[in-house]
Design a protein around this ligand. Structure first.
Ligand code: GAR
Length: 219
């Protein structure tokens, strides 16, 4: 029998409640999951997700961005923590701090983000309000590789939900977050298990991952 590939060492970066982080930690408990969550970092010391990570037995630390004079020095502190923990992949999960181009470029192909819209629609904030304002019938979430331009990186996976009559931003975001919690663990498994790789600005899937329809979750 062949030995399974070693699990990829993952850090999750958060700024808030950390519900996506929890879904990733839970998925990573499966013995055959290809990634191990070894560290949670938050730029906000008051992020509720920090305690949720500790409760799950994951080392969790705040690096308060307000304690640094500029983005470059904050990112250097982040990098030092990631290096010390031997991190191979960064997963942004509601991390609301813009990273420097230098940091993003150093992690090209090794950092992913989840965004609450069907990119390239509705980059930035207030995605649910804007989807309702635009009158779209489908909305959803996207996992993408991080590039210096905000919410613009190559798409790994998407999940769609219907926009229903009578929806407001709360009902719509509640429908989307259910899909986020399914999509993100699936997308991380795809990347950590080498089912998807960044190749010249596009995401390339192995035949096996393509056959499994791994990149799409829907309604
Ligand atoms: C999620 O909906 C995530 O998609 C969004 O923040 C929320 C975090 O929730 N991320 C962004 O808007 C990034 N631009 P969580 O802390 O409960 O995972």
């Amino acid at each position: 029998m062949s030995t399974p590939a070693p699990k990829k060492r993952v850090a999750i970066l958060i700024s808030g409640r950390g519900s996506n982080m929890v879904s990733l930690i839970e998925a990573a408990r499966a013995p055959d999951y290809p990634a191990e969550i070894v560290l949670v970092l938050s730029n906000r010391p008051d992020a509720a997700g920090l305690d949720r990570a500790r409760a799950a037995g994951i080392p969790a630390r705040a690096i308060d961005h307000k304690a640094f004079p500029d983005r470059a020095r904050f990112d250097a502190a982040l990098q030092a923590e990631l290096d010390a923990a031997g991190i191979e992949l960064i997963v942004l999960a509601g991390f609301m701090r813009i990273l420097t181009d230098a940091f993003v470029e150093a992690w090209t192909g090794r950092m992913i983000n989840i965004h609450p819209s069907l990119l390239p629609l509705f980059k930035g904030t207030h995605t649910h309000e804007r989807a309702l304002g635009a009158g779209v019938r489908l909305h959803g979430c996207t996992v993408h590789y991080v590039v210096p331009e905000l919410d613009a990186g190559p798409i790994v996976a998407q999940a769609a939900v219907p926009v229903l009559p009578g929806d407001d931003a709360d009902t719509l975001s509640a429908r989307v977050i259910v899909q986020e919690h399914r999509l993100y663990p699936a997308a991380l498994a795809l990347i950590a298990g080498d089912g998807a790789v960044l190749d010249g600005g596009r995401v390339r899937f192995t035949e096996q991952a393509r056959d499994a329809g791994a990149a799409i979750l829907s309604l």
